[in-house]
Ligand binder design. Sequence first.
Ligand SMILES: [Zn+2]
Length: 249
Amino acid sequence: MMIAGLCAMGAMVGSFLNVCASRLPKGRSLWMPGSACPACGSPIRWYDNIPVLSFLVLQGRCRDCRGRIAWRYPIVEMGTALLFTLAYIQIGWHSDLPLALFLLSALIVITAIDLEHQLIPDRITLPGIVAGFAGSALLGRGSWFNSLLGILLGGGAFFLVIVLSGGGMGGGDMKLGAMLGAFLGWKLLLLGLFLAALLGGAVAVALLVAGRKGRKDPLPFGPFLAFGGAISLFWGEGILRWYLSGFAN
Ligand SMILES: [Zn+2]
């Protein structure tokens, strides 16, 4: 029952996250006006706005102009449903759950926007830092001090990279690092950064070898940070315990 509920809620939240991903980079309001087809401008009817199902029924095309609907829409809706369900399975009915759902939602929008526009909007990360800190202090298992250390480490690590590399990373990555730290606390943040660097490095090398990207082409780092942060959120405690137990032997 709960799992079906979380899955449905995830799909509906995912639908809203799609609106955020389309409108935030353009500085448009999230609430007004209602959704419309980007190709022909016809308003989307409520029965054509049902997560995933409408995309299947319409076969990925606008009902009015037959223009293609981006794959991002069903992918974000299904992805959010999946991650919300996973969060419930991993965390259970705990005061950490709303914090986790909030973090995952922010990470999904950031991933979608960074992949499409190579930017990470302050309108997500700055409120995210505040929400992660306040949430950890009031609700979460983590303490406010742990959250504060996470913010300083996450922001500080990227600040160093930016200074040392002369702009190899953007300020958006720095604020995302601080946001992850605010939610995860310093230990899980470090694990998340490590996983992000590992995966980002592997993908960069793979793209280079495959000739899909040159050495100078930018590769948005936000999606890797989001991935590392989500893994750390779900399995970080276990991974750290396993890792530290290796030293005891
Ligand atoms: Zn249309």
